[in-house]
Design a binder for this molecule. Structure first.
Ligand SMILES: Cc1cc2nc3c(=O)[nH]c(=O)nc-3n(C[C@H](O)[C@H](O)[C@H](O)COP(=O)(O)OP(=O)(O)OC[C@H]3O[C@@H](n4cnc5c(N)ncnc54)[C@H](O)[C@@H]3O)c2cc1C
Ligand SMILES: Cc1cc2nc3c(=O)[nH]c(=O)nc-3n(C[C@H](O)[C@H](O)[C@H](O)COP(=O)(O)O)c2cc1C
Length: 570
């Protein structure tokens, strides 16, 4: 086919080629034959760099509760892909930890939940790496920890994973980055660092990386309290407030989402602190988060109602007092272990942590109540110190609101706690304020005419005084929006009856619903309610489904992974 001269040239060149060069040349020639450009036959990595030392693949895994880590990981994956690297994005809820030994580059974006716990769906992965001695000596890794520094256990899960990987022999190629709620900037630096480290050998001249457009979802809304009603009867030992807030601006949320509030400390407590310490209330103080007058800082920004043990220990160090390992309010500390002067108190202001937000499940629905009105259901929490009754800070703060007063809040996404498709059945277990998101679910399903059946298990102390939203629920029953309602009032009978006992009584029907694809939601007190309910569900699956204990656990886990079993417990 070739002339003798051309054939000789080809023989001469090909004789000098290495194996790799010969493979490349065959692709080149094939490209010419097919009319393709040179670049079309090159592997994608070679478009961006000339080095042969290219990283084939990185895995980027995320563990998330409310979606931030997922959004961030997705943004990072996009950037790395654009640069020509292969990236596998992995949800830790689906990831098989055994596969870690097959990985070379593994990066994790993971948040912390509860009191320093992993996101619910990443718990299986977290437990696996902590309970098994896997050899990860072939793994290079890095961790981006999302958290909120207002929580005492800041970024604990990320820290745990980071140190556990090291113990298992993996090589940390970039240091852990702990990010607060305004994580965009730091995350983009981390992303850059990941990119540079991974590409060190592959790309001599990396392009600058655009910061990912990721939002923390913490947009602040201003609203006015338009109604506040105690849902408990006057005879009740409890106070549970139905609070309606109106906004000028449209609010966007899904049923299952929560409203976040940062409570203010009482003005009288602040005044007392100022008098005790002699500090100038108007003095401007700059903390790591905010610059404000002493008065404003104490009223709006600092957690002074219940200091962490670590803060009390720092207080002892600054003031020179010997203080036992306790949690106390700042006012009590100042009364028992006074500061020497205003300057010493200024130092104290720098060690006190920021006020933590509190979440309240939204009990309204956009479809039913419009986008400028939002409802929450707040139980005024109480506790006793030396037989004296005290109220929880935020629930007390919200319960004392008057109609017309202004309130600032943000929306915390529903995350895993969201309604399934309209035709799917749901079982809702929500005693006490656990009813809140289910009121939202019911209003939403009522307004949208969803065909799925809705079964509610509600409970509290007494039928007469504690049946929250009784009239509405009965209306929903009448119209068929609520298909089943089971009630457990623990103090109406000699023997205490709770929602889990009601579940037990309906074992067979519940199992039919589960087999038919129903989703189960649990909301309210974590201890002991959510635990007891879960044990009951496992018993139902075991007994009605004729399964072993282990298979029942797997059944519920599958439901959880598939988004059919969700808990919002606190
Ligand atoms: C996803 C989610 C949804 C939620 N939904 C709802 C809802 O719909 N409705 C609802 O009512 N709640 C809900 N909560 C709970 C809510 O966020 C708050 O945790 C609750 O209102 C208590 O907060 P608080 O500020 O009133 O109490 P805090 O002031 O935080 O006190 C909490 C506890 O700390 C201890 N404590 C505080 N100060 C002192 C002190 N000085 N000395 C000794 N002990 C002290 C007490 O034991 C007290 O009970 C939800 C929580 C989550 C995570
Ligand atoms: C109920 C609750 C508890 C939390 N507990 C912690 C905590 O203990 N430590 C921490 O650093 N952050 C904590 N956070 C903050 C989250 O980690 C932070 O909002 C993060 O951005 C969430 O990421 P995700 O959406 O990927 O789950 C908590 C948030 C919520 C709602």
């Amino acid at each position: 086919m070739l002339s003798e001269t051309k054939l000789n040239v080809l023989k001469q060149i090909s004789g000098e080629l290495s194996r790799d060069e010969a493979i490349w040349a065959s692709g080149y020639l094939a490209g010419i034959a097919g009319g393709t450009s040179l670049t079309a036959v090159l592997p994608p990595q070679q478009l961006n760099n000339s080095s042969q030392n290219v990283v084939k693949k990185i895995t980027l895994a995320y563990g998330t509760e409310t979606g931030n880590s997922k959004k961030l990981a997705t943004a990072l994956a996009g950037i790395v892909k654009k640069k020509g690297l292969q990236v596998k994005l992995a949800d830790l809820s689906q990831y098989k930890p055994k596969d870690l030994t097959k990985e070379e580059f593994f990066f994790i974006v993971i948040s912390t939940q509860g009191e320093g716990e992993p996101p619910a769906l990443a718990k299986k992965f977290y437990d696996y790496i902590h309970e098994n001695e896997i050899n990860l000596s072939g793994l290079k890794y890095g961790v981006l920890a999302l958290g909120d520094s207002s929580y005492p256990q800041f970024c604990k899960t990320g820290e745990d994973v980071d140190s556990r990987f090291e113990i298992l022999g993996a090589q940390r190629i970039i240091p852990i980055k702990k990010c607060d709620i305004d994580y965009e900037q730091e995350a983009s630096h981390w992303i850059e660092h990941v990119f540079e480290t991974v590409n060190k050998n592959a790309d001599q001249n990396p392009k600058s990386i655009a910061a990912p457009k990721v939002s923390s979802g913490r947009k602040k809304y201003q609203g006015k309290v338009s109604a506040i009603i105690n849902l408990n009867d006057i005879m009740s030992e409890k106070e549970t407030y139905h609070i309606e807030i109106e906004t000028e601006e449209a609010i966007v949320y899904q049923p299952g989402a929560a409203l976040g509030v940062i409570p203010f400390n009482s003005k009288s407590v602040v005044d007392e602190i100022i008098t005790l310490t002699g500090i100038d209330p108007q003095k401007q103080i700059e903390t790591s988060k905010v610059t404000a007058s002493v008065e404003e800082l104490l009223h709006k920004h600092l957690n002074i109602s219940y200091l962490l043990k670590s803060v009390v220990a720092q207080y002892a160090k600054i003031t020179g007092h010997t203080i036992p390992e306790v949690r106390l309010s700042l006012l009590d500390l100042l009364r028992i272990y006074p500061v020497k002067n205003a300057d010493e108190f200024k130092e104290i202001l720098h060690i006190v942590t920021a006020q933590a937000p509190r979440l309240y499940s939204i009990s309204s629905s956009l479809e039913a109540h419009g986008d400028t009105e939002i409802h929450i259901t707040v139980a005024r929490s109480e506790f006793f110190i030396d037989h004296q009754k005290h109220n929880g800070l935020c629930s007390g703060f919200l319960s004392e609101f008057k109609e017309g007063e202004e309130v600032e809040f943000y929306i915390q996404d529903a995350g895993h706690f969201k309604l399934p498709e309209a035709d799917k059945d749901i079982i809702m277990i929500g005693p006490g304020t656990g009813i809140a998101p289910f009121r939202s679910f019911l209003w939403e399903r009522d307004a949208t005419g969803a065909e799925g059946r809705n079964w509610l298990f509600f409970g509290d102390r007494n039928f007469v005084s504690d049946f929250l939203y009784q009239a509405e629920l009965q209306d929903f029953l009448k119209t068929g929006s609520l298909t089943h309602l089971d009630l457990a009032f623990s103090r109406d009978t000699d023997e205490k009856v709770y929602v889990q006992h009601k579940l037990e009584q309906k074992s067979q029907e519940i199992f039919y619903w589960l087999e038919g694809g129903a989703s189960v939601y649990v909301c309210g007190a974590k201890e002991p309610m959510a635990y007891d309910v879960e044990q009951t569900l496992l018993n139902i699956i075991q007994n009605e489904g004729k399964r072993s204990k282990e298979d029942a656990v797997n059944y519920l886990e599958e439901m959880e992974l598939g988004g059919r079993y969700a808990k919002d417990v606190y």
